[in-house]
Design a protein around this ligand. Sequence first.
Ligand code: HEC
Length: 116
Amino acid sequence: MLGTKVFSLMAVLTVVSVSPVTIAAPSGNPESGRKIYLESCQSCHGPTGKGDSDMALYLTPPPSDLSAKPTQAKTDAELRTIILQGRPGTAMASFYGAFEEAQLNDLITYIRSIKS
Ligand code: HEC
């Protein structure tokens, strides 16, 4: 009886201590995100996400370095909004309707993986 109680308590403690990590870690698949990135984003943001594409020479403002602090400091929700809405007045177009929810999640997970 006591054994069962101790066991349940341990189970609860395990869940409680693991959940914040689960929430903080990106939940998508970075490998699938990378494929989407290479198809849809690298022409401007460059092969490594640092804004170092050939296209960048012709764009004002230039494509952001996605590995840099201004982007990495944004929340996942903020990145999602930028990808879906684009930035009017810049080359950053709206990708609204282009991706499934899971693909968006993979894409954001990939962006998180390229921080400098
Ligand atoms: C046609 C060129 C082009 C393509 C393709 C493109 N972007 Fe952009 N992106 C830009 C430009 C230019 C900016 C900078 C806008 C500015 O300075 O306000 C930008 C800005 C961003 C930002 C905001 C960064 C910040 O911190 O302010 C994010 C995030 C982003 N792009 C993600 C993506 C993703 C993900 C894709 C692919 C799905 C993509 N972009 C495709 C040109 C592009």
